[in-house]
Design a protein around this ligand. Structure first.
Ligand code: PHE
Length: 439
């Protein structure tokens, strides 16, 4: 019966698959691209320390909240709002809108990773400037979008599950291989030293704190309601605490490994540690071109970036589908086609913003402006939208859900109180600082 089949296809087949898919969502460009350059610009070890604290005090509690809501109510964000606080339903549209824009930017950068994978594989080390001049980034963005849309079209079990099951473990294996190789390079010791340098004076720097919190949220894919969607596909009610810890430990490990790899290369070839966003696409390409085994190492590195970006993009598209499907009452296929078309059109200005057309938006390159205005500036609003739910969902049910798979230590009560009283304060501090930075 088609009804039953589609219900079956709408679930993950095990608790492990749920974790793999969530790690797939978490591990993305944020780990291989954003974390390393923030690490370089913010004093290495100092940034790592602040980052770890942020994961602990805000990332993990939000993960637990989203997973428990999704698993308990088995509804997507929009429907959770309809069920628990319909008066404020408009709020749930904010993360949906943000994810829409995020995906349009994300597929373009994913297209760059795909381009660099193919070009290093074929030994053609084109510079970033030349690549961007040719408008090929639009073409690669479309390919990236298509590769994202196909698994979503196939459904949760046939598409998302199968992709995550193979790509996430492969990603870990390749990353470990790259790190094993870089141990042999002369810059490795310096990279480790940079890692372990902590400047105590910098710990109170608000800019560092904002960078670390925003990165923790972005990297774990929390604060948008996306894990509510993945958790509703997880019918295997095991320990939420274990799930949240596993996802955050694996995500943080990949960021650390990617950074060790990148900075070993940066130190070995004498580049500056604070190259900023240009690191992965400008600096590394030119190093791979000249270094020994550069073609193999470069190909594997861009393959990692591409696979990481793909599983993240898949999760964003699925989040949009899960929220809009019941609302519009459309089939999955129709929604995938319509949403991908809109996202594709929306992504063109971003793709062209580094081209000679130099598309601008409020004085910034279009892609950078979308990243800044929509992703960074609205991040606290999104987190607020999720934390807000703590005040409306049934407290007893939520705590029971958090403790459900727990045999010994039951932390539901404490996590609930933390989310209700501490996390909002952190979000307010974050918001004020982002506004101050902006002014
Ligand atoms: N976590 C992803 C990354 O690190 C980005 C992402 C953010 C994905 C929000 C989904 C939702 O690249």
């Amino acid at each position: 019966m088609p009804e039953k089949e589609s219900e079956e296809n709408n679930q993950f087949s095990s608790a492990l698959v749920f974790i793999l898919a969530s790690v797939g969502s978490a591990v993305g460009l944020g780990n291989f691209w954003r974390f390393p350059y923030l690490f370089g610009m913010n004093g290495g070890g100092t940034f790592v320390l602040v980052y770890l604290v942020c994961v602990l005090i805000i990332g993990i509690p939000l993960l637990i909240l989203e997973i428990s809501i999704g698993r308990n109510l088995r509804r997507s964000l929009l429907e959770v709002y309809e069920l628990t606080c319909v008066k404020y339903k408009f709020l749930s549209y904010i993360p949906i809108l943000v994810e829409f824009v995020l995906l349009s930017v994300y597929v373009i950068i994913m297209g760059w990773t795909f381009y660099y994978f193919i070009s290093t594989l074929t030994g053609n080390f084109n510079t970033f400037d030349n690549f961007i001049l040719t408008y090929e980034s639009v073409l690669y963005g479309i390919v990236a979008l298509l590769l994202t849309a196909i698994p979503i079209y196939l459904g949760v079990k046939e598409g998302i599950e199968k992709t995550s099951k193979y790509l996430v473990p492969l990603l870990f294996v390749i990353t470990l291989g790259l790190v094993a190789y870089c141990i042999t390079l002369p810059g490795f010791d310096q990279a480790i030293q940079f890692y372990t340098t902590v400047d105590l004076n910098k710990l109170t720097d608000m800019n560092l704190l904002v960078a670390a919190i925003s990165q923790a949220i972005f990297s774990l894919s929390v604060g948008y309601g996306l894990l509510i969607t993945y958790a509703m596909y997880n019918v295997h009610k095991e320990s939420i605490m274990r799930d949240a810890l596993t996802i955050s430990i694996l995500d943080t490990t990949i960021s650390m490994l990617a950074t060790i790899f990148i900075f070993t290369i940066v130190f070995t070839f004498g580049y500056s540690v604070s190259e900023g966003p240009a690191l992965a696409f400008v600096v590394l390409v030119s190093i791979f071109e000249t270094m020994q085994y550069g073609q193999i190492i470069g190909t594997l590195f861009y393959l990692c970036l591409f696979m990481a970006a793909l599983t993240s993009a898949i999760s964003i598209l699925e989040f949009l589908i899960s929220n809009l499907q019941n609302k519009l009452n459309w089939s999955r296929g129709k929604l995938v086609v319509v949403l991908s078309t809109i996202i594709g059109i929306l992504s063109i200005p971003s793709a062209l913003s580094y081209s000679p057309l130099n598309n601008q938006f409020l004085g910034m390159k279009f892609l950078d402006a979308m990243d800044f205005y929509i992703v960074t500036l609205l991040a606290p609003v999104c987190i607020f939208t999720i934390v807000f739910l703590v005040y409306f969902v049934n407290k007893k049910e939520l705590i029971e859900e958090i403790d459900l798979g727990e045999k010994t230590i039951k932390v539901g009560k404490y996590v609930h109180a933390w989310l209700k009283y501490v996390v909002p304060v952190i979000v307010i501090i974050l918001t004020i600082n982002i506004i101050l930075q902006f002014l």
